[in-house]
Design a binder for this molecule. Structure first.
Ligand SMILES: Nc1ncnc2c1ncn2[C@@H]1O[C@H](COP(=O)(O)OP(=O)(O)OP(=O)(O)O)[C@@H](O)[C@H]1O
Length: 360
């Protein structure tokens, strides 16, 4: 959905903030500590139910206040109007309202607000652990096929149950039951990921050729067990090891994306700026791919857009972002440091200062 109005109450350093974003580029300009990232964070919270910054949910609530509230009004691709309300208090209680109705799952809010986030930390997608890459994949699968939300939640529940049985080292009929369920859900998760990846990867390759033409990329999805085997066979083969370790060692919870540039691990061959561009390509394409498959546009949130990118890379990245025709929220300290594409007459500009935001 496009956000037409956003209201924050007691969110980070904002006592109350109201803004009416435009359909294209929205630019937040302000000094360090003014609240630019917090504005992006509030939109991210609507799309995921949590912050992208480290720390607890309590730290998001304005100091000495009991709860924060984010309210958004917007419209989807079919011009249907929507309202979203998200409140969280210090004890962790959450209230979510979608179109005036209280709902009890984040997914019901998240599916209306698919967000793609780019901050200086998003290179963690490559540098961090495999869980981040699985989350990235699952985000894509969920937004293309909402039923996947139940499949992955179900699988994670089964993984916990089965691990707890493996830890107890019991040999009961209960074990056989959980093994069978684990196989069934595990195969479903892997097959949904694979089908997403098979559509997504060729589009990503095109974008990478444009962004980083000096490299030949190979990005392969490893499903979490020998691809020549069924999950059931892999579990039988690894039965003794799983019993010894006391947890599941094969399954989609072990899936990984192997990313190579000119035959070497991207982590060791790409520079920091090139890694950022690499991840930017992934993020842009994830939004483009979603749009191509479902007609649903992402909201792109870009914090500190110029950090670590040279002028040519900034230009490529900004061109790609603007070409998506999606709603963009971009933060920067100075307008002057940005490519013209982001600061032209169509951009809606906001000045952020000490927890206040004013449209310019
Ligand atoms: N819970 C909170 N209550 C009140 N103020 C907070 C809270 N959490 C953070 N802050 C303050 O909010 C301010 C806004 O931080 P934010 O990261 O959004 O700024 P920014 O404009 O993105 O800065 P930079 O350009 O340095 O990245 C900071 O000064 C921070 O200390």
């Amino acid at each position: 959905m496009h956000i037409d109005a956003l209201t924050l109450t007691d969110f980070r350093n904002f006592k109350e903030a109201k803004l009416s974003p435009g359909a294209g580029v929205n630019l937040f300009i302000g000094a360090n500590g003014s609240g630019k990232t917090s504005l992006l964070e509030s939109i991210y919270c609507l799309g995921s139910g949590r912050s992208f910054r480290p720390g607890t949910h309590r730290q998001v609530i304005r100091h000495e206040q009991a709860s924060f509230t984010i309210f958004a009004r917007g419209h989807d691709e079919n011009e249907a109007k929507h309202t979203l309300g998200f409140q969280r208090d210090r004890e962790g209680w959450v209230k979510i309202r979608v179109d005036g109705e209280q709902v009890n799952r984040f997914g019901q809010m998240a599916k209306l607000v698919p967000v793609q986030l780019m901050t200086p930390e998003t290179v963690e997608l490559v540098l961090g652990g495999p869980k981040l890459r699985r989350q990235f994949l699952d985000w894509g699968v969920f937004h293309v096929e909402h039923r996947f939300g139940e499949t992955i939640t179900g699988f994670n529940h089964l993984l916990k149950q089965r691990n707890s049985l493996l830890k107890q080292r019991k040999q009961t009929s209960e074990v056989a039951y959980w093994d069978a369920k684990f196989c069934q859900y595990g195969e479903q998760v892997a097959s949904a990921r694979l089908s997403y990846w098979q559509g997504f990867e060729p589009v990503l390759q095109k974008r990478l050729k444009h962004f980083l033409p000096d490299y030949e990329f190979s990005i392969r999805l490893k499903q979490g067990w020998d691809s020549e085997m069924t999950l059931q066979d892999a579990m039988i083969k690894n039965k003794a090891a799983e019993e010894r370790y006391g947890h599941a060692i094969v399954g989609p919870h072990k899936a990984e994306l192997k990313m190579l540039a000119n035959g070497e691990d991207v982590k060791s061959i790409l520079s920091r700026g090139q890694l950022k561009l690499f991840v930017a390509a992934i993020r842009v394409v994830q939004g483009e791919y979603l749009f191509a498959k479902t007609g649903v546009q992402c909201i792109y949130l870009v914090d500190d857009i110029t950090a670590e990118l040279d002028a040519d890379s900034q230009q490529k990245f900004c061109e790609a972002l603007v070409a998506t025709k999606a709603q963009l929220f971009v933060s920067a300290i100075n307008k002057g440091e940005l490519p013209e594409l982001i600061t032209n007459a169509d951009t809606k500009m906001f000045h952020v200062e000490h927890g206040t935001v004013k449209e310019l």
